[in-house]
Design a protein around this ligand. Structure first.
Ligand code: ACM
Length: 471
């Protein structure tokens, strides 16, 4: 029987009491006012299980805690129980430290099927993460069907081949790649996520990272007479959207479609890595922020947008280039989600192990992720109210299958989940690591997650001969 000390993320407060509770037991659920948003109280006595929840999310999280206490078998797709199961008795009182506990999944660089996205939602939910930032468009692919502009997916959804690793000279695989989601696929993902207390925040990246759209509709690009391909390279394309009024109109219509599919109060417009951007591009970004505001939505922007100036409304800044941007954004009256690549980019390499597959970016070990503190150094306490939370990023240039996504994400995302849920006080890697190894890794096994083993990759998880580029 797993005890309360097996729980992950670690709850705010646990008071064990005497005895066990035979499972299955009747579960009684109450809605209560005195708990913080997403909070719950789980009271297990020898005769009953009572959940008091602030809201639907709180009830969902109480049930996740219960699932952990039942044992790893509760994470399988079907029951394989034969013998009796007991729960420890006690009271768990719990709520998250941050309201935005996010993970970005890049389905533009490497498409993930709808079934794979639904499974990823399950994994987020099992970790009490509550935002899936779905990166739907980029230079290398356009993944959201927009009925008014069918070529976005007919043309922009496919590329002829893909770059392999980070060789000095680009090496390509000669293999076509692509895919997209229909509006109904995305509505299904949104509804499935909502049932699991996860909000899907869609991202359509403008005015850079948009070469797939330009390949589909050359009039959107820098030179309407030039036929660009959906990009087969990784990196930062210098082909920007042209910011003509007709292009802004086009994207107003695209974001209308986005808003019709995604009820999220926050919609992401990208805004990152815009080489050679002009005041026209800044105006483009301001226009789309205004347009989303007209839909009653807030806009999530990467931190480059802080330099756009004259923003018509406060936005939510995703502080990715470091922590300083988040401090600056909060001081300027914007809310902040901390996403610094120096700390929480899960496509970045996990170790200096010689077999680490395609090791790119900064070194982010499991211990580094667990040690990440979302409140940035230098943020005045008065500005901390602007900090909505933090988000891990799973960019997929070098993650070309769901198995590679599993490897990059877990168990580092398990550590991240605890960072954004649990109180900072008492966070101790020496306590976390055995809890992860003995109790949580078996849950990942039961879920069928192909995580990175704590001692290094399995032989079949390596990518010999495919170089990365470490920073
Ligand atoms: C980013 O990593 N370009 C947000």
């Amino acid at each position: 029987m797993p005890g309360f000390d097996s729980l992950l993320p670690r709850p705010v407060e646990v008071v064990p009491t005497a005895g066990d509770c035979a499972w299955p037991a009747d579960v009684v659920v109450h809605r209560v006012d005195e708990l913080p948003a997403e909070g719950y109280r789980l009271e297990i006595t020898p005769g009953s299980v009572v959940i008091s929840a602030a809201d639907d999310s709180g009830e969902f999280y109480a049930r996740q805690t219960l699932r952990q206490l039942i044992g790893p078998a509760a994470f399988r797709s079907a029951s394989i129980h034969s013998g009796p199961v007991t729960l420890p008795c006690g009271v768990v009182t719990d709520h998250p430290r941050f309201g935005w506990r996010g993970c970005l999944l890049d389905v533009a660089r490497n498409f993930r099927t709808k079934a794979e996205v639904l499974r990823f939602v399950d994994l987020l939910a099992a970790h009490k993460l509550n935002v899936l930032n779905l990166h739907l468009t980029d230079d290398q692919g356009w993944r959201i069907e927009v009925p008014r502009f069918p070529k976005l997916t007919e043309v922009g959804g496919w590329r002829t081949e893909s770059m392999v690793g980070r060789h000095d000279e680009p090496v390509r695989d000669g293999r076509p790649h692509g895919g997209f989601y229909t509006g109904d696929d995305l509505r299904e993902i949104v509804a499935y996520a909502a049932e699991r207390a996860v909000t899907v925040v869609p991202e359509v990246d403008i005015p850079g990272h948009a070469r797939a759209a330009i390949a589909a509709y050359p009039a959107l690009g820098p030179n309407p007479d030039e036929r660009l391909e959906v990009w087969t390279s990784w990196g930062i394309s210098t082909s920007l959207l042209n910011a003509e009024e007709s292009t802004v109109d086009f994207f107003r219509a695209v974001f209308d479609e986005v808003c019709s599919i995604f009820p999220s109060p926050v919609i992401a417009l990208g805004g990152d890595e815009v080489p050679g951007s002009t005041e026209r591009h800044s105006r483009f970004i301001r226009e789309i922020i205004e347009h989303l505001h007209g839909h009653g939505r807030e806009t999530l922007c990467w931190d480059e947008v802080l330099d756009v100036g004259d923003l018509p409304h406060p936005v939510v800044i995703a502080s990715w280039q470091g922590e300083e941007a988040g401090v600056r954004a909060a001081a300027g009256g914007h809310d902040v989600v901390m996403c610094p690549e120096q700390h929480v980019y899960l496509d970045h390499r996990q170790s200096d192990h010689p077999d680490e597959p395609i090791p790119v970016g900064y070194l982010h070990t499991l211990e580094d992720i667990y040690g990440y503190e979302p409140v940035p150094l230098g943020m005045p306490p008065a500005d901390e109210v602007r900090l909505r939370g933090a988000q891990a990023q799973v960019w997929t240039e070098h993650l070309d299958s769901a198995r590679r996504v599993d490897y990059a994400s877990f168990p580092r995302l398990s550590a991240f989940a605890e960072v954004v849920w649990s109180p900072a006080e008492g966070r101790d890697y020496a306590e976390f690591l055995p809890r992860l190894r003995e109790h949580h890794v078996p849950r990942l096994d039961a879920l069928g997650v192909e995580y990175r083993p704590l001692d290094g990759p399995h032989p079949w998880q390596t990518r010999p001969g495919v170089p990365g580029r470490a920073r």
